[in-house]
Design a protein around this ligand. Structure first.
Ligand SMILES: [Zn+2]
Length: 302
């Protein structure tokens, strides 16, 4: 919805889009507009505003809040954040574009022209990051690009699979704790599978494990071993609490029901949730590994 909306807004204002953001210069002022169901946010790069300019803008916003559908306005140099919503009328893409055009026209009367958000130099243009846009000059752009490249290089040389494996094992051992606690409370909570996935992958990165292809089998192997161990630990403490004595007695209790209502069912659910948790976390780990979070470009389509 918001991507479609961004395209509509961009078309109405003659600017471009990057993902769900419509962005570009309107009357020399750089706008980033995001429109989601009945709300919108406008981030305007205005550099340093004088006290008079800011109070003029606030007065204008106050007088026109109904026609602009304005909910709130915040100034955080060099950005002016404008929030629109639907309290006065349904905020459509067309209305969001109309408000942006009116604001741009007003800012022009105050002589406001956008400049580099980083150093304040004029002659800036948009730079696209993974999901966001900034108005910066060529010098700042090159500096940021170089910094991103260095960060990527550093990521590639640090870390090893062995360290990652040791980290995941440590995380797995920590992840057994919730199983024991839920076991003591007399219930098997599959949620522990989720927690286990988190502690395994978190510790993998804390131990500076290498983010690469082999990370997946390493994490999955450790997760399976420790989830099974967690379920057994949980049943073990439940057995203790129910008064089974001696290792032999507890083991007989654990294996007394080998159907889906017994320990096999818990293992299946535990693994399922661990797998779901791991899937979500590994996706973000690979996003980081691919360097997409560090990507910066002058081209909106890249
Ligand atoms: Zn700059």
């Amino acid at each position: 919805m918001s991507k479609h909306s961004a395209r509509k807004i961009a078309k109405a204002l003659g600017i471009e889009t990057s993902g769900a953001v419509a962005c570009g210069c309107i009357n020399g002022v750089f706008f980033c507009i995001q429109n989601d169901a009945f709300t919108a946010s406008l981030t305007i790069t205005v550099k340093e505003l004088s006290m008079e300019q800011l109070s003029d803008i606030k007065a204008y916003a106050g007088q026109n809040k109904k026609s602009l559908l304005l909910r709130d306005l915040q100034y955080d140099a060099p950005y002016l954040h404008i929030f629109l919503d639907s309290r006065y009328a349904a905020l459509t893409a067309k209305r969001a574009a109309g408000s942006a055009a009116s604001l741009a026209a007003f800012l022009q009367t105050l002589g406001i022209v956008s400049a580099c958000a980083s150093c304040g130099k004029s002659a800036a243009s948009p730079a696209f990051y993974g999901g966001s846009v900034a108005f910066i000059c060529d010098e700042c752009y090159e500096l940021q690009k170089e910094a991103a490249g260095n960060a990527m290089e550093e990521r590639n040389v640090t870390g090893s699979y062995l360290k990652g494996f040791l980290g995941a094992v440590t995380g797995g051992a920590i992840g057994i704790i919730p199983w024991v606690i839920f076991g003591l409370l007399g219930r098997i909570a599959a949620l522990s599978g989720f927690i286990m996935a988190y502690t395994c992958i978190k510790m993998y990165t804390v131990f500076r494990g290498k983010i690469g292809k082999a990370m997946i089998p390493i994490v999955i192997f450790v997760l399976i071993c420790f989830t099974v161990a967690g379920v057994f630990a949980s049943w073990f403490v439940t057995g203790l609490q129910e008064g089974y004595l001696g290792i032999g007695g507890i083991i007989r209790f654990i294996f007394s029901d080998l159907t889906i209502t017994g320990i096999p069912g818990d293992i299946i659910i535990g693994l399922l949730l661990a797998g779901l948790g791991a899937f979500a976390m590994l996706r973000s780990a690979f996003y980081t590994a691919s360097g997409k979070d560090l990507r910066i470009s002058r081209d909106a389509s890249k």
